[in-house]
Design a protein around this ligand. Structure first.
Ligand code: UD1
Length: 421
């Protein structure tokens, strides 16, 4: 297994180019199941989750030509409809094949994803919505067995909770359905918006893009003609590098970003005393005279993202005072707390609320364990400011979602090396 060794407290500066968004690329790749033509996609991030999904699409019978950030994918040869446990267990987002497979073929079997490090994460809302659209759903031997012999029917669906992949699955299902679907209480994340825009450009009538109500006119089973498109920038990777600039008190510029996607995150940096300079596709963070503590409540977009919670917790350990972070979306997303505490942080947990007593320069390097994707990036952030050496074990989580992390960090002056154990 790989580990990362970081020697902290180096001065960083320069520019980081942000990659395409993993969470936009995943649903967009599964959306190609709805295509009648070969689809050309650019700005794919070079991360393990994308390769895992491509492996799954390949197992289903798709063929593709993948070259780092670009792909041509042809799903016309797709002839299998089972997403097996061995692949779904490595990546929950594999559930995103459910809607497209069912709406195209009228049946599919997808392994139930089960829980994960950050909580239970059920898919009941995806299944309930498909049932309302006329699907018959059975759970057998750990698999979701879905059938809709004459195709899915358009319906009105009210999501009990805002769910990102749930919205995406049902948008894709509705795209080929018979009749009009009205989806209420949808997620509005930029990744959901891009999926809707790409489907609209491929010929599906979708109203309300970017709002929480989507009205989708299904094509009655007719496959779509996709235009080439480029994946939007990864706002979470961008926010992570801004945290790196912030914690090391460096002037750091990130480019190839959409600043509007990061408003809630940028507001928190400003509250903590950092100066943020926005350009059309770039953001620069400048050092704070004093790092002020911050209060954060994670919520759906456009609120503060749960995917940035761990990184801000690392940053809050260096603030001058007490910060409070309330994790509203995932009940168990605090795996990084015990590791940050091992590095000398003072963090108390009470249910979903973490209280972080910050003091400048308190972190000390040691051995820590990565437990999920964003928790791992919090440990990298902490390691970059900690005294001496930090070794982060089990970094396969980081490789799932951060494109060329060591390369990008080395370019801005970090001392970070990968090793094998
Ligand atoms: C997506 C993102 C993930 C991010 C999360 C929240 C992808 C691939 N992943 O995950 O990075 O952290 O959004 O922004 O885009 N829920 C249910 N039943 C369901 C579905 C969800 O109860 O059927 C609950 C979840 O347990 C959670 C909340 O709804 O408490 C939101 O989860 P959801 O938006 O579905 O997260 P994901 O789409 O899995």
């Amino acid at each position: 297994m790989d580990y990362l060794k970081i020697i902290g407290r180096k001065n960083l500066n320069g520019t980081v180019k942000i990659s395409g968004a993993k969470n936009a690329a995943l649903p967009l790749l599964t959306a190609t199941i709805l295509a009648k033509n070969e689809v050309n996609i650019s700005n794919l991030p070079n991360v393990v989750d994308i390769r895992t999904l491509l492996k799954l699409l390949g197992m289903l019978g798709a063929s593709y030509d993948h070259n780092d950030t670009d792909i041509s994918i042809d799903t016309s040869s797709l002839d299998k409809t089972t997403a097996t446990y061995d692949i779904v267990k490595t990546m929950r987002a594999s559930i995103l094949v459910l809607g497209p497979l069912l709406t195209r073929f009228g049946h599919c079997e997808v392994s139930l994803p089960g829980g994960c490090a950050i909580g239970q994460r059920p898919v009941d809302l995806h299944l309930k919505a498909l049932e309302i659209m006329g699907a018959n759903i059975e759970i057998k031997n750990g698999y979701i067995i879905a059938t809709a012999k004459d195709g899915l029917k358009g319906a009105t669906i009210v999501f009990d909770k805002v769910t990102v992949t749930g919205t995406e699955n049902i948008v894709m299902a509705a795209a080929l359905a018979h009749g009009t679907s009205t989806l209420i209480n949808c997620a509005k994340e930029p990744e959901v918006v891009q999926l809707c825009e790409v489907l609209r450009d491929a010929g599906v009538s979708i109203d309300g893009i970017g709002t929480n109500t989507l009205i989708i006119e299904g094509t009655k089973g007719e496959l779509l003609e996709f235009k080439p498109f480029e994946i939007i920038p990864d706002r979470i990777e961008a926010g992570t590098y801004l945290c790196i600039g912030a914690i090391t008190n460096s002037i750091l510029k990130i480019e190839a970003v959409i600043p509007e996607h990061l408003e809630a995150v940028l507001a928190k940096f400003e509250q903590m005393g950092y100066m943020i300079l926005k350009e059309k596709n770039a953001i620069t963070i400048c050092p704070a005279n004093k790092i002020s503590p911050v209060n954060i409540v994670t919520t759906e977009y456009p609120g503060f993202p749960t995917d940035m919670q761990a990184q801000f917790m690392a940053l809050a350990t260096m603030a001058d005072g007490i910060s409070i972070i309330d994790e509203k979306l995932f009940e168990n997303r605090f795996m990084h707390v015990s590791e940050l505490v091992r590095m000398g942080a003072d963090i108390k947990l009470n249910g979903t609320v973490a209280t972080i007593k910050g003091t400048p320069k308190q972190l000390l390097g040691t051995d820590v364990m990565a437990t999920d994707l964003r928790a791992s990036s919090a440990l990298v952030i902490a390691g970059l400011v900690a005294k001496n050496e930090t070794t982060i074990h089990r970094i396969y989580h980081l490789d799932r979602g951060y494109d060329r992390l060591e390369e990008k960090l080395t370019l801005i002056g970090a001392n970070i090396k990968r090793g094998k154990e």
